[in-house]
Design a protein around this ligand. Structure first.
Ligand SMILES: [Zn+2]
Length: 108
């Protein structure tokens, strides 16, 4: 008789009570194992993201899960929240805490 995956995740404690192993919580990124777009393999890496708010642009390097096949980037909820904060600050010209790296130009 072979053990199913479900049986492998639980065992009997010394008291005879069945206990279920808790899922490790070290993984804080997106819950995707595969790319939701193309089912490609996903790896975690640092990526540079450009954010625009009003007339300003800001660059930030954040951890993301990147699809090796189609390049789709998946961000954690905290990172997306950070993007929104930065976009709002840019739109309100609250850029004191940001480091200037150069000028942005429009080509006509
Ligand atoms: Zn993909």
């Amino acid at each position: 008789m072979r053990a199913t995956a479900k049986e492998a995740e639980s065992w009997s404690s010394p008291t005879g009570r069945k206990e279920t192993r808790s899922v490790p919580t070290s993984r804080t990124m997106t819950p995707f194992e595969k790319c939701p777009v193309c089912c490609g393999e996903i790896i975690e890496r640092q990526v540079q993201k450009l954010l625009r708010g009003g007339r300003h642009t800001a660059s930030i390097t954040v951890p993301a899960e990147v699809c090796l096949h189609c390049g789709k980037r998946l961000y954690s909820r905290d990172v997306v929240k950070r993007f929104e904060e930065i976009r709002t600050k840019l739109a309100r010209q609250e850029t004191e805490e940001f480091q200037p790296i150069g000028q942005a130009f429009e080509v006509r």
